[in-house]
Ligand binder design. Structure first.
Ligand SMILES: CC(C)(COP(=O)(O)OP(=O)(O)OC[C@H]1O[C@@H](n2cnc3c(N)ncnc32)[C@H](O[C@H]2O[C@H](COP(=O)(O)OP(=O)(O)OP(=O)(O)O)[C@@H](O)[C@H]2O)[C@@H]1O)[C@@H](O)C(=O)NCCC(=O)NCCS
Ligand SMILES: Nc1ncnc2[nH]cnc12
Length: 306
């Protein structure tokens, strides 16, 4: 994103000239950016087992239009989470806004769980973006330092798919990811976006494909564990790693190869919904932390896609 466009997509509150601190984004700009990242995730194909503008992957209950409707409905909640964080909210207060966002999602989608994980993870990154300053290295570090303990100790739904996967397979899931500062975002998704842009400089969708494969290869996605068990997770991780080992989006014929992996996931009904959310979060942290290097035309496109 150019500096001018970064300011258009993410208008910043005035800089504090006395302290010289980085100025925080406005809550409205944070909400708009978070929703743009959710839309960009949808507009990415091939994404193994997941819904996109091309097909519905392993899902009978979702399509791209539903995901866009959900993403649009969440924008004011992402802004509200940022606003609350800017006013010093603790985790209980943020959780209240997150629960209201979940209710909005379910109302907008007729009861389909489109973005529960994203409301939680991207929501916390929105909160951190509102507090961004020169002293914190990353948004993830802010989440972990300010709310990590409360995330660990907070209420958990004992019968959610994620809680079951945690008990059965030891996967720490969405909660563990956030409490520890989003290691999959900073260690897998965001570096793979950079690598994808290097391999295919004129194809930002390719960069997102590189990132989703890197995430699937490395994340213990509780959605895959829920539908496919440990065997399904091992299959998904192996196929994603093979794609990357063969050169990822830098190798000739990559799109056809990625589409074949997508078909294999669909045949097994596997859907890495957690990795989809982590792709949105990777786009978000790069856009906030390195705006000059983000993908200008892509954010314009995302704001138009609905
Ligand atoms: C903390 C909560 C997110 C609850 O977490 P928990 O693990 O207890 O519960 P789940 O309901 O299972 O939701 C976790 C969702 O997180 C995503 N996820 C999975 N693995 C990971 C991972 N390793 N790292 C990060 N994130 C991960 C995933 O969300 C996506 O997938 C959903 C769609 O999947 P789908 O295949 O359709 O699955 P289902 O409909 O569930 O089942 P079937 O179709 O198979 O029948 C979609 O939500 C994506 O977003 C997991 O689903 C949280 O709920 C909570 O505490 N909320 C309170 C609000 C709050 O505190 N907010 C904080 C401030 S914003
Ligand atoms: N593209 C997608 N397909 C299925 N589940 C998702 N959850 C979030 N994004 C998703």
């Amino acid at each position: 994103m150019s500096a001018a466009l970064a300011l258009r997509v993410c208008p910043r509150a005035p800089q504090n000239p006395a302290s010289g601190e980085k100025a925080a984004l406005t809550p409205e700009a944070i909400g708009a950016l978070a929703t743009a990242c959710l839309r960009l995730e949808v507009e990415t194909w091939p994404k193994p087992g997941l819904v996109s503008h091309v097909d519905n992957g392993s899902h009978a209950d979702m399509d791209a239009a539903l995901l866009h409707r959900s993403a649009g409905g969440l924008e004011p909640f992402f802004a509200a989470i940022a606003k609350a964080a800017g006013a010093g909210a603790d985790m209980d207060r943020l959780r209240g806004v997150g629960m209201a966002a979940e209710a909005e999602m379910l109302a907008a989608t007729g009861g389909v769980n489109t973005h529960r994980g994203a409301i939680f993870g991207l929501g916390l990154l929105c909160a951190a973006a509102a507090l961004r300053n020169a002293r914190e290295p990353t948004l993830g570090a802010t989440v972990s330092r300010r709310w990590g303990r409360a995330i660990h100790e907070g209420p958990a739904a004992p019968h959610s798919h994620g809680s079951r996967a945690a008990r059965r397979y030891g996967a720490s899931g969405a909660r563990g990811e956030a409490a520890t500062g989003f290691p999959s975002v900073y260690g897998l998704g965001a570096p793979a976006l950079d690598e994808g842009l290097r391999l295919a400089p004129h194809d930002p969708e390719a960069a997102r494909v590189q990132a989703i494969f890197a995430l699937i290869a490395g994340v213990a996605d509780t959605n895959i564990l829920h539908r496919g068990g440990a065997e399904g997770l091992a299959f998904a991780q192996r196929r994603a790693a093979e794609f990357l080992d063969r050169g990822g989006v830098g190798a000739p014929g990559w799109r056809e190869r990625a589409a074949r992996v997508h078909d294999e996931f669909v045949a097994r009904r596997l859907s890495p919904g957690g990795s989809a959310d982590l792709l949105s979060m990777s786009l978000f942290v790069r856009a906030v932390e390195r705006p000059a290097r983000s993908m200008r035309s892509e954010f314009d496109h995302a704001r138009g896609a609905q």
